[in-house]
Design a protein around this ligand. Structure first.
Ligand code: MG
Length: 206
C-alpha cells in the first residue's frame, strides 16, 4: 500500500541523510544512504524524536541470501518506542510463519498470515500503535497494542503485547520512545519512513 503521509506526519527519513537519527549510544548514525535508501550496517539506529501513540509507515527490502536460513536470512527489525520489535526477515514462502518470522512481534505473536514478498522487492509496514498506559503508582494498567498491515494485509489485529521484546532499549513503558531500526548484520534496506503522532484520546465534546 502506497500512502501519502497525512499532514500531521513527521518525515523521519528525508532520503538524503540520517540527520534525525543516532546510533543507540547517541553518536551520529552511520548507516549508508544512497539514492533515497538507507542500508543496515554499523549498529542499530534510532530517531531523535520520541513518540507515544502513533501511526507509522515504512518500506523495507530484504537482501537475497539463498544460502542463509532462519534468523540469519535478511534479519532486521522495527522497534516501536525502542521497546517492541516487529521482526523483519526473509520469510517468503513459509506456509505457517512463527513468532520469529517477518511480521511477528518478536518471540510473542506470530503474524496472522504470511504476507511477505520475495527478497529484493520493496514491502510496506503500516502500523497503528497504542502505547502502554501506566497508573500513578507506576504499574502497567493497559498493555501496548499493535495493529500491523504488511503489504496492505492485516497481520497483527490490535495485538496486546506481553511487555517489551528482547533487545529493548529500556523497560520504561510509560515514557515516550524512539523508532529504532535493528542492524542484525544483514544489509536490509529502508525508505519512506514517517510517523503521524496520535492524540492519547479523542475529545469528550458531545
Ligand atoms: Mg530482528
Amino acid at each position: 500500500m502506497t500512502l501519502a503521509p497525512p499532514s500531521t506526519a513527521v518525515v523521519l527519513f528525508n532520503g538524503k541523510d540520517l540527520s534525525n537519527w543516532t546510533q543507540r549510544n547517541g553518536d551520529a548514525a552511520i548507516w549508508e544512504v544512497v539514492d533515497g535508501v538507507m542500508t543496515a550496517g554499523g549498529g542499530d539506529i534510532m530517531t531523535q524524536e520520541r513518540f507515544t501513540d502513533f501511526m507509522l509507515h515504512l518500506e523495507f527490502m530484504t537482501p537475497n541470501m539463498p544460502e542463509a536460513t532462519g534468523q540469519a536470512k535478511g534479519n532486521s527489525g522495527v522497534f516501536l518506542q525502542g521497546r517492541y520489535e516487529i521482526q523483519v526477515l526473509d520469510s517468503y514462502g513459509i506456509e505457517v510463519p512463527g513468532k520469529g518470522d517477518c511480521g511477528a512481534i518478536y518471540n510473542q505473536f506470530a503474524p496472522l498470515v504470511n504476507a511477505c514478498k520475495p527478497p529484493l522487492e520493496w514491502q510496506t509496514y503500516d502500523v497503528i500503535f497504542r502505547a502502554a498506559r501506566v497508573d500513578p503508582s507506576g504499574q502497567v494498567a493497559e498493555n501496548a497494542r499493535v495493529t500491523l498491515l504488511q503489504n496492505g494485509v492485516v497481520i497483527q489485529n490490535n495485538t496486546q503485547l506481553l511487555g517489551v521484546t528482547g533487545g529493548s532499549a529500556n523497560e520504561d513503558v510509560g515514557a515516550p520512545g524512539p523508532l529504532l531500526l535493528q542492524d542484525h548484520g544483514n544489509p536490509v534496506q529502508y525508505r519512506n519512513i514517517w510517523v503521524a503522532p496520535l492524540p492519547l484520546k479523542g475529545s469528550d465534546k458531545y
